[in-house]
Design a protein around this ligand. Sequence first.
Ligand SMILES: [Zn+2]
Length: 366
Amino acid sequence: MQLICDSCGRKWAMKRENWRCSCGEPLRWDSLMPFDPSAIEVSNWSLWRYKGMLKLPENAVPSSLGEGMTPLIPTPEKKSWFKLEFLNPTGSFKDRGASVLVTGMKAWEISEVAEDSSGNAGVALSAYAKAAGIRCLIFVPKDASEGKISAMKKFGAEIIFCSNRQEAAERVMDAVSSGIYYASHTWHPLYLQGTKTVAYELAEQMDWELDSNWSVFIPVGNGDLLLGIYLGFCELVASKIIKSQPKLVGVQALACAPIYAAIYNLTLPMSKTIAEGVAVVKPPRIKQIIAAIRETKGDVVAVSESAILNAVDEMAGLGLWVEPTGVTTWAAWKQLGKPPKSILLLTGAGWKTLAPSLSVERVEGN
Ligand SMILES: [Zn+2]
């Protein structure tokens, strides 16, 4: 058995129906894949270079659009790094999870899926599902970015608008109970097999020199990126490829910061944030996220709306157009005094988030 429920202790095999426990709680990977650098397919410049280290259904054939192997570039001070996750095929790290999940669903001969998303996960799933010939239904909050909705439509997904992110998470379950497969970036264990490759890549890009002196700043809403990276680093440590786990620093928008509130034992109101990718009021995997942050002696940082808006402009000043969710790591890093040996994940492209406040004024003559 490869999956375990922390709530009731039941163990499950990796099968198409086992995307959560029968008690209703999320599953996590119980056994680690050994990491073997000699098994890397060095001529493959996507995350599939690590195929031998991914847990996949039997006879799985990669559904790939070239995701992963995103650049690592130095910050202006040269003592820390940006990882350009917004350069994935549909403009966010979600392509990693979508590629591996669609690969699994193809192997399981699934032809119709549903997902709930604030945008990026829906865009990624729409693209990979379309390429794989899988029909796709996405439940989206009605205030999601125009660019993300346009992309989902372009990839042929059917879109159902909901009043907010929480309602999207609830309404998708009605579709799932009517028999459509739940291709969830939040719940599905295979998704984390995709996002864990960020940890593999960071280790390889840093010449296997990562350890607990380093901090990785990660936007955290549902935690599919943070938990995947945690899993990847666990495997690298267990296989003695790196000495110790880098610290995981989760970043939330102060306007919607349930993980920050839980770790610091605060009662905070939950409101709207421009960082739509982390606007998650009730993350199902919150216990796992808190445990991963604590185990790595990491932290969680909450940043204000004005700090996020400033960060968008500051990143643009560096030539990087990153969406508000994706720049929260920069805002948090600044808030902590720009500690050296930090890696800041820039998770989503700016071009998809043409919210009114960010769109261009069209004045004739300009
Ligand atoms: Zn359970």
